[in-house]
Every structure is written in C-alpha cells, then in structure tokens.
Design a protein around this ligand. Structure first.
Ligand code: ZN
Ligand code: ZN
Length: 248
C-alpha cells in the first residue's frame, strides 16, 4: 500500500469511528445518542418493510396461492437468481438514500448495513459479497461509492469476504432519466470484470449489493457480466425497491 493510500485508509477508519449521526438519517430530527439505526421512531415505523411471501425473482410481496413469481416478473428473464430488498421506496427510504448519496454522508452506510443485516435470511448461502460499481468521475464527485460502502460494512458484520469484481467503464447517461428499454441499452458494455479477481468468484455463491432496485436493469447487467466467471449462483440485495405491482 502506498503512503497516500495508507493515509486515505486511516482517514476513512477515523470517519467510521467518529462520524456518527445525532440526527435522524431520514427527516433530520435530533435523536438521542445510541438510538437504534440512527432513525427517529416515526421514520423507523414509516419504513415500508417487504415481508411475507416473496416473488422468487424480484423479491416483492406476492398475493395468491401457488404462485412463485409476481405478475411483473412472469414475462421477464433475469440474469441473477433472485433479488431481496428490505423496504419499498417511499418518502422515508428515499430520503435516507438521498441524504446518503447526494449530501456526502458516507457514515450512513454503517447504519444502512445494520438495518439490512437484520434480514439474516437475505444473507444465507452467500460465499462472497460484491457491489455495483460507479465510474471514476462520479466517484470523485460523490467522494465514495454508496453500494461499495454498504457492502464493506455488510462484509464486516456478517463475516463474508468482499470481492471487487466489476468496474464501470463507460460514462453512460444517468439511469434515472431513462425508461426501461433505454436503461438496458445504456448499460450494455459499461461493466468490466477485474481479471485478477475472477478466481475469487468462480464456483462461489455471489451476492451483489446495491442501494436501490428500480427496474433491476443495473443489477441484471452486473449479473450478466459476472456469469462469465462461472459462479454457482448470483443473488442481489438492496436497501430499497420501487414497487412493481401496485395491487400488492
Ligand atoms: Zn426521522
Ligand atoms: Zn417479481
């Protein structure tokens, strides 16, 4: 490790140790020290937890007997085995993600990972954890990769090795501004395998971490690329998910 890298690593550790929030990650209201998950009671209770019988593909709740996948996923083919998300995207989860990503609150990653780790069934049968990469320019602007930060904390908490398997090459348009078809087109060829880490994934059960599951296009493209490394399975996990099926 170079001297510069050592200093950066040290600073990051200090940040994790001392930068703890005294305000709610979602609404900003002051909270008492040691409040669970850095959320006020109101926001914690307003998170829309995804639970019950879940779609085997996207991880959304399903209604009706004898169905394994939701209506939305019936016609869809995913390159990952299945996704799990902790909460639906609503005002509270959206605000946590927004404050985390766009207001430079890197230290939120720890609380977000703690909340996610509560769902221990989402982390069963996992050999290695990886994450959705962002390109260098965005990383510089934001100061960190939100998915990588969450993945790092999950890896530490759950004692599952973290592997950096993908890097983002192309600086495509912002996914948020595009429809589903354009999202897929925009992503083609944007993720590249880091060759020296292929062996760390081959024959393993891989879990890809991301902050939000919107259409699934990004995680799908990551899974498609990782498949080249011949893992046993690829599952995905996110903090929040936009609801596909309005009837639920
Ligand atoms: Zn709050
Ligand atoms: Zn589904």
């Amino acid at each position: 490790m170079s001297f510069k890298k050592k200093i950066i690593d040290l600073l990051n550790r200090f940040e994790d140790l001392f930068m703890t929030s005294h305000s709610c990650m979602s609404c900003g209201k002051e909270i008492e020290d040691g409040t669970k998950f850095n959320l006020c009671e109101n926001c914690l209770n307003s998170l829309d937890k995804i639970e019950g019988r879940l779609c085997k593909k996207c991880g959304e709740e399903i209604v009706g007997e004898n169905v394994r996948v939701c209506d939305y996923c019936k016609e869809r083919d995913y390159k990952f085995n299945s996704n799990h998300s902790c909460f639906y995207y609503n005002a509270v989860s959206a605000s946590i993600i927004k404050n985390f990503k766009y207001n430079g609150r890197k230290y939120y990653a720890k609380s977000i990972a703690e909340i996610m780790a509560q769902r221990s069934d989402f982390f069963e049968d996992v050999d290695v954890i990886t994450f959705v990469p962002i390109n260098k320019k965005r990383r510089r602007e934001r100061g960190f990769n939100q998915s990588e930060e969450i993945a790092k904390h999950l890896s530490k908490m759950l004692n599952i090795p973290l592997v950096t398997i993908l890097e983002k090459e192309k600086d495509g348009k912002h996914q948020a501004a595009l429809g589903q078809k354009d999202r897929l087109k925009n992503l083609k060829g944007s993720f590249k395998i880091i060759a020296e880490n292929v062996n760390k994934v081959r024959g393993k059960r891989v879990l890809i971490v991301d902050d939000v599951f919107t259409t699934g296009a990004t995680l799908n493209e990551c899974a498609r690329v990782i498949r080249v490394c011949r893992p046993i399975s690829i599952n995905t996990v996110t903090f929040a998910k936009t609801k596909f099926n309005s009837a639920n």
